[in-house]
Design a binder for this molecule. Structure first.
Ligand code: GA4
Length: 321
């Protein structure tokens, strides 16, 4: 049971870690598909194990990420193609949100990963692995929902899919030597409350805790870190495409105050191509009225970047708002 206590100014919970479903992808396809759909309906979050991404691909990406974040600030700031992409420290997005982290936000379409440095090789292999895994999970979701297998996955596998890779580095708050732009106290937020705008998110973190899921009404539960698993969550687009049957659950990351190890999360956001039209297929509507109007991913992104991190942005696309 979750036992909550009120401590100003942030509500702190005393709780067990939430047991989100752990799904073994090596199981029988039809059974795995059902389990995933159930997890999407009940939690919007689940973990996958036996995911098939080779250990060395993940390890390489992690090592390269740590090496990158160890570089001097000025060198890191030169990386990337500018706001919102590239290196960022404390600033999140374009509307004034901040957090206790530094990050590297990368576009992942084939044109973006071109150079052949060790770092970009690690990124290409990692992105190839997580994209394939995302497509496999999206196909299992389609099977579980009884819609054509590639209904969701084809959006992510297309050449111009707008998917992103985000490397988030949360150094221990007690250590001020790594980045000069970080300060904070015990209960500081690393990355504030939000839902993910895309279709599906695949997060892999090292063994340091920080991710929390909102149960609503200000109650937060932590997700235990597991370097061998991927934590998967539904994004706004999949909520819209399932007419609200799956929910894009709000989550956040706490600043890393409890250990002297850095937390590193490597997050793949699967997005459709900009011109893809987002709408709920008739098979999923059944007799229900559509909750959201049709919109393109480009339109949704414009709306997303025009608002703050914590906004429930799908509400704007509701038919009866
Ligand atoms: C949240 C999920 C992803 O990290 C992200 C974020 C994006 C950004 O950092 O540029 C946004 C945020 C995220 C949603 C609202 C807008 C856009 C920051 C922000 C304030 C890369 C994404 O796609 O949306």
């Amino acid at each position: 049971m979750v036992v909550a206590t009120q401590i100003n100014p942030i509500r702190i919970e005393k709780f067990r870690e939430v047991n989100i479903p752990v799904i073994d992808l090596s199981g029988k396809k039809s059974i795995v598909a059902k389990l995933i759909v159930k997890a999407c309906e009940e939690y919007g979050f689940f973990k996958v194990i036996n995911h098939g991404i080779p250990h060395h691909v993940i390890k390489n990406m992690e090592d390269e990420s740590f090496e990158f974040f160890e570089k001097p600030l000025l060198e890191k700031k030169r990386v990337g193609s500018g706001n919102p992409f590239g290196y960022g420290c404390k600033n999140i997005g374009l509307s004034g949100d901040t957090g206790e982290l530094e990050y590297l936000l990368l576009q992942t379409n084939q044109d973006s990963i071109v150079n052949s440095s060790r770092f970009s090789c690690a990124v290409s292999s990692y992105v190839e692995g997580v994209r394939e895994l995302a497509c496999e999970i999206l196909e299992l979701i389609a099977i579980g929902l009884g819609v054509p297998h590639s209904l969701f996955s084809h959006l992510v596998s297309q050449f111009d899919s707008d998917s992103l890779l985000r490397l988030n580095h949360y150094p221990p708050l007690s250590d001020t030597s790594h980045i000069s732009c970080r300060r904070g106290s015990g209960n500081a937020i690393g990355f504030g409350e939000h839902s993910d705008p895309q279709i599906l998110t695949l997060l892999r973190s090292n063994g340091v805790a920080g991710l929390q899921i909102s149960l609503g009404n200000g109650v937060w539960v932590p997700v235990s870190p597991d370097p061998h698993a991927f934590c998967v969550n539904i994004g706004d687009i999949l909520q819209a495409m399932t007419n609200g049957r799956f929910v894009s659950v709000r989550h956040r990351a706490m600043a890393n105050a409890l250990t002297d190890r850095s937390r590193l999360s490597m997050v793949f956001f699967c997005a459709p191509p900009p011109e893809a039209v987002i709408t709920c297929p008739p098979e999923l509507l059944k007799k229900d009225e559509p909750v959201y109007r049709a919109f393109t991913w480009a339109e949704y992104k414009l709306h997303t970047y025009a608002h703050r991190l914590g906004v429930t942005r799908l509400d704007h696309f509701k038919i009866n708002e």
